[in-house]
Design a protein around this ligand. Sequence first.
Ligand code: AMP
Length: 215
Amino acid sequence: MSMITLALSKGRIFDETVPLLAAAGITVLEDPEKSRKLILPTNQSDVRVVLVRATDVPTYVQYGGADLGVAGKDSLIEHGGQGLFRPLDLQIAKCRVSVAVRAGFDYQGAVTQGSRLKVATKYTSIARDFFSAKGVHVDMIKLYGSMELAPLTGLADAIVDLVSTGNTLKANNLVEVEQIMDISSHLVVNQAALKLKQAPLKRIIDAFASAVPQG
Ligand code: AMP
């Protein structure tokens, strides 16, 4: 009996994957918000969950540190998706990637005039593709967190970040000026594992598929 390792990130992705695991008869035996453990056992002795940063899920699965994982489309695009089989859009942890600026900043004016735009983001691939398709020249500033601060401190004119309710932008006096793409989380599977552990992986993929709202 070979071990199946599933990579998840804490927070929305973990919470919204729990019901999908239940459909596969899998219960995680510890609460990631309470435990300091990074490897969590499940009720099935041959299935375990590893907790990794959301942006690291594709990397763990690509190199076989996990057999499968749940990753946001944002993380998958930034990673590139090499070595990953992507059988399912799980329709969870939905949000969007947007451009936001300080309230009062004339974004449309800057775009129309062809000004160079300073853009701060964690999502440099998504941002680069978006602005290059628009023909807007950008100076990209890579950040790892608290993107909202960049336009408020003069570090950047605009940010590219995930938006869900819009409350974070509002609380920081920022306005969403463009929606780049809709995001949801996908199931990703290591391609070699898919061959070597075909039966147990197929069972999980099928159970997830049956639990995902279609359409
Ligand atoms: P909100 O205030 O609801 O618009 O949420 C925005 C904040 O939550 C930003 O800091 C985002 O980076 C983060 N966020 C929103 N949706 C997601 C998601 N699906 N996955 C990860 N982070 C998210």
